[in-house]
Design a protein around this ligand. Structure first.
Ligand SMILES: NC(=O)c1ccc[n+]([C@@H]2O[C@H](COP(=O)([O-])OP(=O)(O)OC[C@H]3O[C@@H](n4cnc5c(N)ncnc54)[C@H](O)[C@@H]3O)[C@@H](O)[C@H]2O)c1
Length: 274
């Protein structure tokens, strides 16, 4: 019987994977542990922050290799179509194909009160959270269909429910869920499955920024805000990048019948209700 949890002989590309405690780096490691060769990518700005970003990418590659996996890194700004083409090409030229696309890169720059989020922030949120996954999916398509590949989009609970104050983040994550469902319907006949994960409160840099926001809006300290968020989560803890990476890797398994799903990774937190 085929081992359907194995990604042996498969190639994965993960976006936004250069942050040490991010979901992308954990996903790269988990996919590699399952047997995939991984192209680790992230935004590497020219100028300020560039060296640090490059070092972050190299650290993820080292982490994958330390876990016994194969990886290479590529600079990829998901708003740049030339870099998207180059990243897909890097997967094909380095590892011989591309079977799993994990659209993890995302921005919370559009979080805020509706009347306060500027057009620039709306537009950048749209470019990163929606156009990035759309363009990457389109560029990867000819390769994904070769041996029954899949796409996993990292959406959010903000993609399935609305909570006041989450602005363009909510709207663009809803669009990422819509993209997931559209592509699942349209690409299924071509042998490609498309799913999303909807993480809740995950302990990453972005998650920490969200806790700061909760603290600021309630006048509580970070510690108190974290405590009250944890108390509102039925499993009584924040999620970890590994929690999300486990779900991503499960969705990526070849031969699965799961497609068009939006899998909550929330500890049963219900977005918008707590
Ligand atoms: N942490 C949470 O609580 C949480 C909850 C729900 C959803 N998410 C989603 O999970 C994903 C990963 O977030 P994270 O929590 O690991 O935070 P993170 O900040 O560590 O990761 C975001 C990544 O996206 C990258 N990125 C931003 N703009 C980019 C661009 N233009 N091109 C390429 N990469 C770009 C960043 O460099 C970073 O590596 C995001 O899509 C986020 O919206 C996170």
């Amino acid at each position: 019987m085929e081992n359907t949890t194995s990604l042996q002989g498969r190639v994965a590309l993960v976006t936004g994977a250069g942050q040490e405690r991010g979901i992308g780096a954990a996903a790269a490691e988990h996919l590699a542990r399952a047997g995939a060769s991984v192209v680790v990518s992230d935004l590497v700005p020219t100028g300020a922050g560039g060296e640090e970003a490059q070092a972050g990418l190299e650290a993820t590659v080292a982490r994958v290799r330390a876990a016994g996996g194969r990886a290479t890194e590529v600079a990829l700004d998901v708003t740049d179509t030339a870099q998207i083409e180059a990243a897909v090409e890097a997967a094909v030229s380095t590892f011989g194909g591309l079977d799993v696309l994990v659209n993890n890169a995302g921005t919370g720059i559009g979080v805020g009160e509706f009347t306060e989020v500027t057009d620039d922030r709306w537009e950048l949120s749209w470019l990163i959270n929606v156009m990035g996954p759309m363009r990457l999916s389109r560029a990867a398509l000819p390769h994904l269909e070769k041996q029954g590949g899949s796409i996993v989009n990292v959406a959010s609970t903000a993609g399935v429910a609305a909570e006041a104050g989450y602005g363009a983040y909510t709207v663009t994550k809803h669009a990422a869920v819509g993209l997931t469902r559209l592509l699942a319907a349209e690409l299924g006949p071509r042998g490609i499955r498309v799913n999303a994960v909807a993480p809740g409160m995950i302990h990453t840099d972005l998650g920490a920024a969200e806790l700061e926001l909760v603290a600021a809006s309630t006048g509580a300290t970070i510690e108190d805000a974290t405590r009250s968020v944890v108390e509102s989560i039925p499993v009584r803890r924040l999620g970890t990048p590994d929690d999300v990476a486990t779900a991503i890797t499960w969705l990526a398994q070849p031969g699965s019948y799961v497609s068009g799903a939006v899998v909550p990774v929330t500890g049963a937190m219900v977005a918008g209700l707590n």
